[in-house]
Design a protein around this ligand. Sequence first.
Ligand code: ZN
Length: 492
Amino acid sequence: MIRSNSLLLCALLLTMFQAAMCQVNLKSVDQVWDHYERYKEPVITNRFFKHTDVVSLIKKHTTSGLLISEEIGLSVKGRSINHLTLGTGKTKVLLWSQMHGDESTATMALFDLFNFLVADDEHKDLRKLILSSLELHIVPMLNPDGAQQWKRRNDLEIDVNRDARMLVTPEGIALMNLAKKIKPEIGFNLHDQSTLYAAGRTDNTATLSFLAPAYDYPKSMNEVRKRATQLILTMNKALQTKVPGKIAKYDDAFDPRCFGDTFQGMGISTILIESGGYYADPEKQHIRKLNFYALLNAFVSIAEKTYASQNLADYQEIPENSRSLYDVLVRNVSINKEGIQFRTNLGIVRSQIKSSDFGSMSYNGRIEELGDVELTHGYDEIEASSLTFTPGNIKLMRKSEWEVLSPQQELDLIREGYLFVKWTDAASPVGPLSARLLNLTNKATNTIQSASIGQQAQFLLSRDGKPVYALLNGYVLDLTKDVTAVPNVFGY
Ligand SMILES: [Zn+2]
């Protein structure tokens, strides 16, 4: 009796100790979040870094001796595909990013994680826990040719994430060979998705979306997929403290062409993470930090196996990813079209235009929806019940006059109803125009006289004939406020 009591006490103390340890570690991850700027890789400042940047960062880490790098293949254009290893633990974890070349958010976070894992500061207990429990295998930028031209597919024009069965792409072959060689228990498949996804039918952006891919058409659950789902629940719980309501789950229809689905079937608990959108974060730097935080939480949970206590039923509580956002939603605006005056809503979306060196982006804002927009939302919304759609006017001036216009003078002209400048003594450039508020035009009249689907979002919203807002290339300018900048307008 005494013996079993003391055994019980031991078990109880052990459980309490483990619970206390877990709390310490989760708190530690939050402290790392507070110190994130220390680890944020300074070489990478936007989404458009290239293979040469990745190679030089890998070189920096391997010369320090803390990280081992091997080449596991070459892209179609002969760029190296690199496999990095660190940690000496028992549990093998494979992470790969950017198999779609224009999805680079997680690659940024992986380099931030390297900086954290090789640093020497007060977070050494957390670092030691991860590196002594896990053997991390990381392939940053699996599709370097895609990244070079900022495109999804590889240079055979094949989607690498639909090549898990046919294995035609050298990038897909390299990943499959690596997975078969190291036989990881857990895999992280790191992507980006459209910024126009919401978490459920709410105005919350789907800032990160998760999926534990199915391994068969009936979408069965086994221990492998269960572990992936539990890890998602662990990350979701942590992320809710940073971006409440902004986490979603991806559609789990089985697709045998995809690596996640295939790896799940091979016994690797695979988790898809999609970086979506976040307000005022076009270069996804906050989402990069959230990736860093989510992965760090996952590593700790894998090390301590705490994910096993997550209840699978909670997965149903995560809202579905839904494409129901616009960049701008103008509600209840009065429009005159075909001689009819009516009130409706305008959904505006800004598409991306790649620069010729694929190193930056301009935007082209267009009207994508006209009519009832029930259950959709906008990053920016204007309640326009008292406002009227008003075409912008063209201001004539000499090129030399335009060249010396200050932003304040441009704003004043917009307040007077002008959205375009036409040079009277020269032809003006055509295409994206940065560091300006007014568009340029070579045309005699403004053809944007009313709202149409597909038309560029260049118009004013007026109250009693006075402009209150300007929509400049799909960006909202509040004319009651001080001068501000938009990424680019246009020359026509
Ligand atoms: Zn992708």
